[in-house]
Ligand binder design. Structure first.
Ligand code: SF4
Length: 276
């Protein structure tokens, strides 16, 4: 049995509960969804992959092991398209595994067999604004239920934008809560992930004003010109207020989600570090 693999590499996890952990990433080719914010188009669309057997992958993994290695990330694309292959693979891996899935295929998720008590599944809840299939979150909720019932630890990221409707957001979080509240949910955590890049969270109008007004200042380096300094200080105050207007939504998302779940606010750190 072989599966299509786009890349195998060692790096730091940039999202979710294992953020900052050294991992070996195995990126499977292909995905059944088409999210607006997808940052792995290479995996979704590319024909640039090779077929690997389990033993060939194990050999690659062994060559990438470093003293700080924490776990193996099985990612994509959508790795559960190859769930039988993955079950065979993780049986032969001595490290914990993080399975990163879109959760849209509950019947495949149901076949996932954990091999280590520290195995973990990352399963996003996709808000309707980011995807054509408005009801995909119902499949994701079903998949979370299956995993928790199988005693597998899960965390879910919910990617949010400055335009995310708070009422839609709460109704989906509440639906998730209602579906899993009768299962011991100590194995479940919720993560609010602000959409990248962080520039999206700045108030563009004030930013434009800022740069337009800045060009009116004839001598920016004239520190003795008290009028210039006052003007600059006012402009900086305005842009700070503008930024906070959008960023205040971080608090609103977490306060809503906190009514139902243990919640974290975690951005994509690998984008700040500028690493894959
Ligand atoms: S599920 Fe993941 S890989 Fe697939 S389109 Fe969405 S973000 Fe991209």
């Amino acid at each position: 049995m072989k599966a299509p693999i786009v890349e195998i590499f060692s790096s730091f996890q940039g999202e979710g509960l294992l953020i900052g952990r050294r991992q070996i990433f195995i990126r499977f080719a292909g995905c059944n969804l088409n999210c607006i914010y997808c940052d792995t188009q290479i995996s979704r669309n590319s024909n640039d992959f090779d077929f690997f057997s389990v033993d060939e992958l194990i050999e690659k993994i062994n060559n990438l092991i470093t003293p700080d290695l924490h776990s193996i990330s099985i990612t994509g694309g959508e790795p559960t398209l190859y769930i039988d292959f993955i079950n065979n693979l993780i049986e032969k891996i001595d490290y914990p595994v993080l399975l990163e899935t879109n959760g849209s295929l509950p019947e495949e998720i149901a076949k996932f067999k954990k091999n280590n008590n520290n195995d973990l599944v990352s399963l996003d809840i996709k808000l309707p604004e980011f995807i054509n299939n408005q009801k995909i979150y119902k499949c994701e909720i079903e998949s979370i239920k299956i995993l928790l019932n199988n005693n597998i630890n899960v965390y879910s990221k919910v990617v949010v934008s400055p335009n995310t409707n708070l009422i839609t957001f709460e109704s989906i979080i509440k639906e998730l809560f209602d579906e899993i509240k009768n299962i011991p949910i100590s194995r479940f955590n919720l993560i609010i992930q602000p959409q990248s890049p962080m520039e999206l969270w700045k108030n563009d109008i004030n930013e434009l004003d800022y740069f337009e007004n800045l060009s009116d200042l004839s001598d920016l380096h004239d520190l003795n010109n008290v009028n210039n300094l006052d003007k600059r200080s006012n402009l900086n105050n305005n842009i700070d207020k503008g930024n906070n207007a959008n960023k205040n939504k971080f608090f609103q998302f977490c306060e809503i989600a906190g009514k139902y779940f243990s919640v974290f606010l975690i951005p994509q750190v690998h984008k700040f570090l500028d690493i894959e």
